[in-house]
Design a protein around this ligand. Structure first.
Ligand SMILES: Cc1cc2nc3c(=O)[nH]c(=O)nc-3n(C[C@H](O)[C@H](O)[C@H](O)COP(=O)(O)OP(=O)(O)OC[C@H]3O[C@@H](n4cnc5c(N)ncnc54)[C@H](O)[C@@H]3O)c2cc1C
Length: 400
């Protein structure tokens, strides 16, 4: 019924997109839904579902075929993210693996690194994660303490990461480290670390208030010898690379949010059309109608902006500011929509058996990870006051 009021989205209008949408919906309905409770109990999904997604060509969708990907443009990846969001499927960290880790390798990896990792990632036989956050720093990434000391043919890595998505199941992680610590050449670098390396340990998955099937955990490095050829990009340029790639990561979070909002509104329209109170459907009350009218309007506005951002990613033109706007605004919108929708379910909305309850719990973290929404506003403001801030920096005047 939402489709009666939402404009058709041009980015998903082709026959290929329609076929892909159907295939994704069948995959979710027939191969994911029945496992959700079991995955939540286990705190992680099965490896089988990763391999199945790989078989269907749903991993590394916009990766060139040469490396095992589907060779499609980013709009197909966006479609997959939204469809998962619509049904509140937040267990398998497919998007982090395909839309964040894989592009790091494609853009900054050597040919040997790409050939070694990307085909395994595309078929789901290798699960990956990205380790930036540490117990003492998340927003302030320059403050990381994990060190990688140059030992000639390898780096010796010591330290710890936390809150790592796909952390427990991952076979490989791209890890941010401080190279040349304590010297003039100290800087942040990225290392490809295989979890089978001696000294690489994983914590048990965290117990979270939502995303319970997602194996978020700590990673520990105790004198891990990482071969020099596992350096990703240039030494000391890790921070710059992360800042560039975070734009795409933030858009993926925003896409999940608009998918989630669409799913929540759709489920609420269905529920309030059949549930009755005072001898009429809940949908008969003007409060219900106005609430859902406002939610649908917000969704439509965000879809229009995100469609533009999705197009810009395909053209490698998405700016940090636009990605930050998309991430903070879409996730704020999603939180409000899910809260309003849950209210319309009454007491049933608070019961885990109802998908709206899971959606409510799952969406909260989106305002925190991939950079908090406060950090997003800082990044946008930096763009607004760029010249002034540069001038103040030149004059060594404090920024705040
Ligand atoms: C479920 C989950 C999955 C995650 N997955 C990953 C992952 O795969 N890889 C990874 O590396 N990390 C991951 N994270 C970590 C996540 O990115 C960080 O939690 C996030 O960036 C915030 O960092 P922090 O937790 O250290 O909070 P802090 O940086 O301690 O921030 C605490 C509060 O202070 C505010 N704050 C901080 N600095 C400022 C400032 N300058 N101005 C105003 N307010 C400020 C923040 O907005 C926040 O409200 C995940 C987190 C969760 C919960």
């Amino acid at each position: 019924m939402l489709q009666n009021v939402l404009l058709e989205r041009q980015i998903y209008a082709s026959e290929e997109h329609k076929m892909m949408r159907q295939m994704i919906q069948d995959f979710i309905k027939n191969e994911i839904m029945e496992h959700l409770d079991e995955w939540e109990r286990n705190g992680m999904v099965s490896r089988d579902i990763w391999e199945r997604a790989g078989e269907l060509g749903l991993l590394c969708i916009d990766m060139p075929e040469q490396y095992g990907g589907s060779g499609l443009d980013f709009s197909f990846s966006a479609l997959f993210i939204e469809e998962l969001g619509k049904e509140g499927i937040n267990g398998p960290g497919f998007s982090l693996h395909s839309d964040i880790v894989a592009p790091y390798l494609l853009k900054y990896g050597t040919e040997t690194q790409k050939e070694k990792y990307l085909p395994l990632m595309a078929c789901g036989k290798m699960i990956t994660s990205i380790g930036m956050t540490e117990p003492n720093c998340g927003s302030d990434l320059k403050a990381i303490r994990t060190t990688a000391v140059d030992k000639g043919n390898h780096y010796l890595v010591n330290g710890q990461k936390t809150f790592i998505t796909n952390g427990y199941m991952c076979d490989m992680s791209i890890v941010a480290v401080k190279t040349n610590p304590g010297t003039e050449k100290e800087g942040v670098s990225l290392l490809i670390m295989e979890s089978a390396l001696d000294g690489f340990e994983k914590g048990i998955p965290f117990k979270k208030i939502g995303m319970k099937a997602q194996d978020t955990c700590e990673l520990f490095f105790d004198n891990v010898k990482v071969p020099k050829e596992n350096l990703l990009g240039e030494e000391g340029l890790g921070f710059k690379i992360m800042m560039t790639e975070l734009a795409r990561e933030r858009l993926t979070v925003a896409l999940n949010a608009i998918g989630g909002a669409e799913g929540a509104i759709g489920k609420t329209i269905a529920y309030t059309s059949t549930r009755t109170a005072f001898k009429q459907p809940i949908a008969g009350f003007q409060n219900t109608q106005f609430t859902l009218a406002e939610c649908a309007t917000q969704l439509q506005l965000h879809q229009a902006f995100l469609d533009r951002c999705t197009q810009l990613v395909s053209e490698h033109q998405l700016t940090a500011e636009s990605a930050s706007m998309a991430k903070y605004s879409a996730t704020d919108m999603h939180s409000k929509v899910v809260d309003e929708c849950l209210q319309l379910f009454g007491g049933y909305g608070y019961m885990w058996d109802y998908p709206i309850a899971r959606m409510y719990a799952d969406n909260r973290v989106a305002r925190i990870y991939a950079g908090t929404n406060e950090i997003m506003k800082i990044l946008i403001a930096r763009g607004l006051f760029k010249e002034l801030f540069e001038q103040m920096k030149k004059e060594s005047r404090p920024l705040r």
